[in-house]
Design a protein around this ligand. Structure first.
Ligand code: HEC
Length: 196
């Protein structure tokens, strides 16, 4: 009987030990966010970034791609590769983020405008047809007049995809009959059975 008691006690002690070890791991020494400390001279536990360090994926050396400008001027070329899939994504992003005001055709007749919000200019206005593509990137990045910035919602490369899609919209809405004929002949030639 006595031996059983001793064994039971040993078991409980072992269990308590194990629990204590786990507890140690749970209560590691740490600071709550922005708590003060006397360990560093400036009294802050949150350390400022060391000068000239760059977080992974944040080294934006390519001005054209990240600002849409070179030497302070809007660029007139696409700084990223644009495949058919990119353009389709641009169309999708445009329809989500821009069409409520600018309309699916980019003519400024979006649904929100019909409910009384300020009407944006048409992308088919000669001024915007002639504007360098960097201008569209710039408007999305920094906002323009009454339009607010989309930088926090549309990532950099998606902004280029949207800009490229706006160019496609401009082309489609101003296409000459010759251009349409050329393209349909090319498409018919390329498609299987297109010659019938
Ligand atoms: C909430 C409505 C709204 C949305 C959404 C919106 N815009 Fe605009 N946009 C405007 C208005 C209003 C103007 C005119 C601003 C002014 O002239 O003060 C404008 C102007 C513009 C212009 C013309 C700038 C110029 O040079 O005149 C461009 C380009 C443009 N927007 C692109 C976009 C793109 C791309 C998106 C989607 C990422 C977008 N906008 C989303 C309201 C909107």
């Amino acid at each position: 009987m006595y031996r059983h008691k001793a064994a039971a006690l040993a078991c409980v002690a072992a269990l308590l030990c194990a629990a204590a070890c786990r507890q140690d791991m749970h209560n590691q020494p740490r600071y709550k966010p922005l708590a003060s400390t006397d360990f560093f001279d400036d009294g802050r536990s949150a350390r400022p970034a060391i000068d000239d360090t760059v977080a992974r994926g944040q080294l934006h050396l390519d001005d054209a791609r990240y600002t849409g400008k070179e030497n302070g001027k809007d660029i007139d070329f696409l700084p990223i590769q644009m495949t058919r899939a990119d353009l389709t994504r641009g169309q999708q992003r445009f329809n989500i983020f821009c069409s409520p005001c600018h309309g699916r055709l980019g003519d400024g007749h979006g649904m929100i405008v019909s409910r009384g919000l300020r009407q944006p200019p048409s992308y088919h206005d000669p001024r915007l047809v002639g504007a360098p593509i960097g201008h569209f990137f710039d408007v999305m990045t920094n906002g323009y007049g009454a339009m607010y910035s989309y930088a926090s919602r549309v990532p950099v490369d998606d902004r280029w995809r949207i800009a490229a899609y706006i160019r496609a919209l401009q082309l489609s809405q101003n296409a000459t009959p010759e251009l349409a004929r050329q393209n349909s002949t090319a498409a018919a030639g390329a498609a299987p059975g297109g010659q019938q």
